[in-house]
Ligand binder design. Structure first.
Ligand code: ATP
Length: 334
């Protein structure tokens, strides 16, 4: 079956890793027509906006998008494209599987934890004000509706993927009302899922547990900011930002993107690791029912990593091009 998918190449290393990902998908013989849309810094320079209306319209029409990283110009009054996209399309669940890959030197062997991050509220509400000179205020918004919805997503995900436990990560001992509300919602939803063990961990203790024994947490469900920070911690555990994929899921659309940013320090040097976006594309294939192509890419990735073709960020010497070529060969044979 042919699929029309929105592709946003993005900024910095975005075009390089997007190009590599499209080649790998072609090697897996999935029939995709790419509806390429520009967003981010490049459009801001040309048109003074970072997210043209046609990008949102394209995603609304196609329902699925693969997105490269987009940086937010600092201090020019631009709102983050990532946050705007998530809020405009109500992509409420950000799913980030943190898994070790063979051949990549991890901090710990066999890490396998999934972070389900609430994507639409918390301190990302964008509500900030200067109360008076020298005093700034940021508003953390937590609602019952979003908390129930994200907890339900996490428990459903755990059931679907055969996981054992869902751990809510919070700071309700300090933020008794906001984080307390999340906790209350979590307990309500947990009662409806007796096959999954519920667990509760305070965010600082969670940071330690992630380093000592991440797998005990199994599936984490948490607020926007804690999820953001814990994802980078997770990336550090399994070899770096270059390999962690992500999916932003809503009821009307889904946008798949790597956890890493635009990495302007290495943009254009041909050394970016495309694995994170490729693994995001694997999640996308699973989402659209292309399971056989997804498995082919996963097998290809394992073979490529095991035979030692690694990019610089993972301690190897392969360029983006060499890595992509080797992976495409492995996927064609898988
Ligand atoms: P942004 O402002 O868009 O968030 P950033 O550089 O601040 O960009 P990241 O892009 O997330 O933040 O990455 C931090 C560092 O990790 C980068 O400077 C880069 O060296 C490295 N890095 C991130 N992604 C990759 C990748 N795919 N391949 C290789 N190195 C990467």
């Amino acid at each position: 079956m042919a699929h029309t998918i929105t592709l946003i190449p993005g900024d910095g290393i975005g075009p390089e890793v997007s190009n590599a990902t499209m080649r790998v998908l072609a090697a897996a013989e999935v029939d995709i027509h790419w509806d390429v849309q520009e967003a981010g810094a490049a459009v801001a320079e040309k048109r003074g906006i970072t997210l043209p209306d046609e990008v949102l319209a394209s995603i609304r029409k196609n329902k699925i998008a693969l997105k490269g990283p987009i940086g937010t110009p600092i201090g020019k009054g631009f709102r983050s494209v990532n946050v705007t996209l998530r809020q405009a399309l109500d992509l409420y669940a950000n799913v980030r599987p943190v898994r070790s890959l063979p051949g990549v030197e991890p901090r710990f062997e066999g890490t396998d934890v999934v972070i389900v991050r609430e994507n639409t509220e918390d301190l990302y509400s964008g509500l900030e004000l200067m109360i008076m000179p020298g005093i700034a205020q940021s508003m953390k918004i937590i609602t019952e509706r979003a908390s129930i919805r994200i907890c339900e997503y996490a428990f459903d995900y755990a059931e679907r993927l055969g996981r054992k436990r869902v751990t809510v990560v919070h700071k309700a001992n300090i933020m008794k009302l906001s984080d307390g509300l999340l906790l209350e919602c979590f307990r309500k939803v947990a009662q409806k899922h007796p096959r999954i063990e519920p667990a509760e961990v305070i965010v600082d203790a969670c940071a330690m547990q992630m380093v000592k024994n991440a797998n005990r947490l199994d599936v984490i469900v948490t607020e926007n900011l804690y999820g953001d920070i814990l994802s980078d911690l997770g990336a550090g555990l399994v070899g770096g930002l270059g390999i962690i994929p992500g999916a932003n899921i809503g009821s009307e659309a889904a946008v798949f993107e790597a956890v890493h940013g635009s990495a302007p320090d290495i943009a254009g040097k041909g050394i970016a690791n495309p694995t994170a976006l490729i693994q995001s594309a694997v999640m996308m294939l699973q989402h659209i029912g292309e399971h056989s192509a997804a498995r082919k890419i996963e097998r290809g990735l394992l073979t490529t990593m095991e035979c030692g073709t690694r990019t610089v960020d993972l301690g190897g010497s392969a360029s983006t091009e060499e890595f992509t070529r080797t992976l495409c060969d492995a996927v064609s044979r898988a």
